[in-house]
Design a protein around this ligand. Sequence first.
Ligand code: OGA
Ligand code: NI
Length: 363
Amino acid sequence: METTEANERPKILGGCMKTRNVQALAADHNMLMADILERYIRPEMAVDDVLVENGSEEIPVIDMSRLMDEVSWEEEASKLKFACENWGFFQLVNHGVPEKVIEELKEDIMGFHDLPLEKREEVAQLPGDLEGYGQAFIASEEQKLDWADMLYLFTQPPHFRNYKHWPSQPPSFRDSLENYSNATQKVAHCILGFMATILGIKHETISEIHESQSVRINYYPPCANGHDKIIGLSPHSDGCGLTLLLQVNPVSGLQIRRNGKWLPIMPLPGALIVNIGDAVEILTNGRYKSIEHRAVINAKEERISIAALHAPGFEKTVGPLAEIVGEGTPLFKSVTMLEYAKLFFSQKQLYGKKMVELLKLNP
Ligand code: OGA
Ligand code: NI
């Protein structure tokens, strides 16, 4: 297995074409000319965009303290089952990640984005790697671009961390991220445990293979010009197994695909947004489904989020679990997580439910 020098992590990340820093572009009024914005404008957006009416539907809310309580857990677990089978997305409250851990990370993420560009670029992506500060999935000069910068970092297991990509400013950034990463990984394992239990399989079956965590810190600058035809993050489902999303500042923008329309999600104060990724859809042989989602931008306000992406360890198998398939038919191919990750990052663009489509048997 090919490994990087700095750590034991296999080198699978393809890297992407370098493009403009969007935060710097948004801040420079001289740059906001039609020909530059052209790369970001999507004429089709207004056409295929049907929004679910505000307030007509809300994603389920799951209370983790009730899941952890032996009196209430069964009732809450049946709500979780409904959320997993019918939504693929839910808000998680009373999740146990200390408020201090969340607040310190939020401060440091905002502090990082307040640094001048040259400072932020000290942790820029290097050619051929996706880790660090930059963008993902850009493969051609013609392709439409997302209106966002990202900072992508491997956080778990600890020996996969590549600190040269971890900001050293603000000085507490690394500690804050480490604390948040440890706490969210516990939450993810706990939720994956309950997700297995309610499928009638041993609770550790899915969680114990989810050894890895990476984070994607998304920065969406405002754009007053044509913000309704510019997208922050293209429609996609997450390739990992389970995502926990934290909105860093109180500006909404996440939308999920629901019955062919886009449903805006408003995070409850203190909640984490949890969603099922392609790997869990494949492991559960389609019992739980990943859901397409996207991020839209705002005319006046920046928006920042952090997605903690939990995935199987590289040597683990991503394929329908025997305990779930039973006498039935597997719907997906089985591959190692390393093969899965290579396939994921070799795709030129974010689109739809990529990994589910690529691994489907008899599509
Ligand atoms: C992601 C993602 C949504 C958001 O990072 O995969 O879907 O609201 N982010 O930033
Ligand atoms: Ni996502």
